[in-house]
Design a protein around this ligand. Sequence first.
Ligand SMILES: Cc1cc2nc3c(=O)[nH]c(=O)nc-3n(C[C@H](O)[C@H](O)[C@H](O)COP(=O)(O)OP(=O)(O)OC[C@H]3O[C@@H](n4cnc5c(N)ncnc54)[C@H](O)[C@@H]3O)c2cc1C
Length: 386
Amino acid sequence: MNFDYIIIGAGFAGATLAERLANKANKKVLVIDKRDTIGGNMYDYKDENGIIVHKYGPHLFHTNLENVYNYLQNFGVWFKYEHRVLGMVNNKLVPIPFNLTSISKSFDKELANKLIDILKNKFGIDKKIPILELRKYPDKDINELAEYIYQNVFLYYTMKQWGKTPDEIDPSVTNRVPVYVSLDDRYFQDKYQCMPKEGYTKVFEKMLESDNITVKLNTDAKDILQITDKIYFEGKEFTGKVIYTGPIDELFDYKEGILPYRSLDFEFEKLDTKYFQDVATVNYPTKEDKFTRITEYKHMTIQNGDQIDKTVIMREYPKAFNKDNNDIPYYPIENDESQKMYKKYLAKCNKFDNLYLVGRLAQYKYYNMDLVINEALNLYNELEGE
Ligand SMILES: Cc1cc2nc3c(=O)[nH]c(=O)nc-3n(C[C@H](O)[C@H](O)[C@H](O)COP(=O)(O)OP(=O)(O)OC[C@H]3O[C@@H](n4cnc5c(N)ncnc54)[C@H](O)[C@@H]3O)c2cc1C
């Protein structure tokens, strides 16, 4: 078959473009992925007990982008799910982000009420106050609250997640850790929060089901595409368009260096118990535990968890990314140096008038799935929009 488009990667970036190009613009599309599954990092499966498990870490859909929310409704039924996270803070489980309930659970009643009154009066209800700002506030108790959150919620979690020592942690990052002056214990406040009833993989199957789409798994782009002065597909010049959603440094044989990422090891455990913990995710911002969080999937992926006597949990261990160990690049480490390197790769890519980049790896951005889908919809409009 002659393809109008070749898309590398069957994650949300690649699948969204394939779906739009095939169904709206009637283009012939080849989607290739080196994995043996579709869905990229969103891939999930139902285990023998009927629990949907996310192979590459917990994925919650949340967005304020109405167009993305509406778009996804075309590919299956979604149920409302609002994520809640608890943190093991000083041996107590408290809501994360740290909020008014967390304060009540962490301090004696008198001090907690005092802190809550000051926060409400000074900042107002439902405001998120960065702890750097609280540190500057001329009240000893509030300063101590900021220090408590920094030490017990932020410091070790960040060190584990990003592999940094306290000195290497940029103070501006601390700025992002808030106290939430609210009793709202939802992890996200986005307008749309939901999960696919049959799991993400089924959503991808629907997105890719057109006769205009050919999906080829277990296929590395490197084995069928040669990118030299021009783009060659299976030995012949390819004059259609190529959309690449994999790591941009890999595409150009790491000629400008290896872009830094953080990777993760996942440790799954099946338990003969109905529930292991009260919410889907419990964070461990502790020095002693080497993992950052434990996710119990049935809370977030299925609606009939009460009827299943077994459960699956997963611990996440962040680690340095080493391409030679076949680690998966999960989190781009965005800093001045990596951005400089990324721009060199971008310049190489821009020399081709039929090569396009989209997605977390190709754009080297810490995008959530909604932003990846939005980027893909924008690229579709650029390529084929009326
Ligand atoms: C642990 C974790 C938790 C997350 N949780 C959330 C969340 O709760 N909510 C949220 O919105 N977002 C979350 N995200 C982000 C979300 O995973 C991404 O935004 C989304 O999956 C990115 O889609 P993508 O298509 O850009 O990339 P990917 O899903 O990574 O897809 C890229 C695909 O390209 C393929 N590929 C790469 N190179 C080649 C090659 N040379 N040849 C062939 N195929 C190739 C890969 O195999 C892969 O399938 C999370 C990310 C991580 C790491």
